[in-house]
Design a binder for this molecule. Structure first.
Ligand code: AMP
Ligand code: GLY
Length: 424
């Protein structure tokens, strides 16, 4: 079959590498892809949210499976666009319906969903411009630090954690009244702060049945020892050493099962990935957030550990046979370390020549923000490359990632030297 991947990051490159290996995949396209994806797929200059352009391309190339990487097209309803078009209805689109994508697209919807299905999460209340004074009063009944979340998508920047009450109240006004995050902060969820260690659990579901994929932990802050600004993700490790069998069982019973059962009960169509951001508080799991796609850079450590072919797993979401599919996972650990442009996540320069990727051995280089310019590989984004390795344990895998990262050069390149250092 012919397959189209939507997206342009390291996550999508990892999907492309994996799908390219499938004997069921005839032609593989990626829209728009990046400077590395052309080795395994054909890059197509279409923006993932340009649905009419996607339709034309899908029909022209006889594509029967579309794998959606990022959240934007999902939240904007790409699933529904395909399902409601008689020429496209046969295409197997891997991702939730617009209603399902609201689990990521609206924090309030996600919190209400968790309440309805008794899924453990931080206590919360939500406020709008009209109720900003109540919101300020609510903050004063809570203990520091204060967690403020823009309801809608805010490119990963919509969560503020603030120590000082007056500052939190001022920020709440900025979000609701001054539209600090535009429409995304027309509503704000205020949450109890949970103290613990974070991890991510990934689930593939057809909206009724599910398979739990390998866990991963990502490193969000730019600085070592988790300091500085939040980024898209600076590295990841899979599996998560502290997610032992007993803890995974709690996650499955208290979170995964009620989530999937809740989707089914509410008639929400969902054929794709659920990414559950979790926090372990005194041994118990709580949901921090849902995402309706795979994580980046988590995909770059989760997919290399899956030895099964992804294509039959994806097909089974449409054939009602997910339960019959086997999901093989290597016991090896995977790690990835992300090389970013100097200055990221604030201002940074693009167009820096990247050299040395051909010298990498024993690791896989997934491209994120790269492009080809006159045949040269150049940086084209904040996160540039993700260097993934497998090992008998995560320490060995990290050694490979760091050995190989030292062989790659571009002006201003930065990476965290402490990925996995907090784990034992
Ligand atoms: P999000 O954009 O929802 O992933 O949130 C960004 C980060 O904020 C999370 O990865 C957590 O580190 C932190 N966070 C979000 N909600 C809470 C909470 N209720 N308690 C503590 N930390 C939180
Ligand atoms: N690494 C976090 C995310 O993909 O949202």
């Amino acid at each position: 079959m012919n397959i189209l991947i939507l997206g342009s990051g390291g996550r999508e490159h990892a999907f492309a590498v994996k799908l390219h290996q499938s004997p069921l995949c005839d032609a593989l396209y990626i829209a728009p892809g990046n400077g590395g994806t052309h080795t395994v797929a054909t890059n197509v200059a279409i923006t993932p949210t340009d649905f009419p352009a996607l339709k034309t391309f899908v029909l022209e190339k006889n594509i029967t499976m579309v794998v959606v990487g990022p959240e934007d097209p999902l939240v904007q309803g790409v699933y529904d666009f395909f399902a409601s078009d008689s020429q496209l209805a046969h295409v197997q689109l891997i991702g939730p319906s617009k209603q399902g994508a609201a689990l990521e697209g609206s924090k309030e919807f996600a919190k209400e969903f968790m309440m309805r299905h008794h899924i453990p999460t931080a206590k919360y209340a939500s406020f709008t411009k009209e109720t900003v004074d109540e919101g300020c009063a609510f903050l004063s009944t809570m203990k520091a630090p204060y967690v403020l979340k823009a309801d809608g998508l805010a490119a990963g920047k919509g969560v503020l954690i603030i120590e000082d009450l007056a500052e939190a109240q001022a920020e709440l006004r900025r979000m609701l009244i001054d539209q600090k995050f535009g429409k995304a902060s027309a509503k704000v969820v205020i949450e109890e702060f949970l103290k613990g260690i974070e991890l991510s659990c990934f689930v593939l579901t057809d909206g009724q049945h599910y398979k739990i994929l390998p866990t991963a932990k990502d490193y969000k802050r730019i600085g070592e020892a988790d300091t500085g600004l939040n980024t898209g993700g600076m590295g990841a490790v899979s599996p998560v050493p502290f997610a032992d069998e007993a803890f995974m069982q709690k996650i499955e019973e208290r979170i995964v099962k009620p989530t999937i059962a809740g989707l089914h009960k509410e008639g929400i169509i969902y054929k794709g990935f659920v990414f559950i951001g979790l926090i372990k508080v005194e041994g118990e799991p709580y949901v921090i957030e849902y995402n309706v796609r795979m994580g980046d850079p988590e995909t770059e450590v989760v997919l290399p550990r899956i030895t099964s072919d992804l294509v039959p797993l994806f097909q089974s979401l449409y054939e009602g046979t997910l339960e019959k599919q086997s999901l093989q996972i290597t016991p090896q650990s995977a790690t990835t370390v992300v090389m970013v442009s100097g200055g990221y996540p604030e201002e940074y320069e693009k167009g820096k020549t990247i050299t040395g990727t051909e010298n990498v051995s024993g690791s896989t280089v997934y491209h994120a923000g790269t492009a080809l310019k006159d045949g040269r590989l150049v940086s084209a984004g904040g996160r540039v490359l993700a260097i993934t390795s497998l090992g008998n344990d995560f320490k060995q895998a990290l050694e490979h990632s760091y050995e190989n990262i030292a062989k790659i050069h571009f002006e201003g390149a930065y990476w965290r030297r402490d990925i996995g250092k907090d784990l034992s």
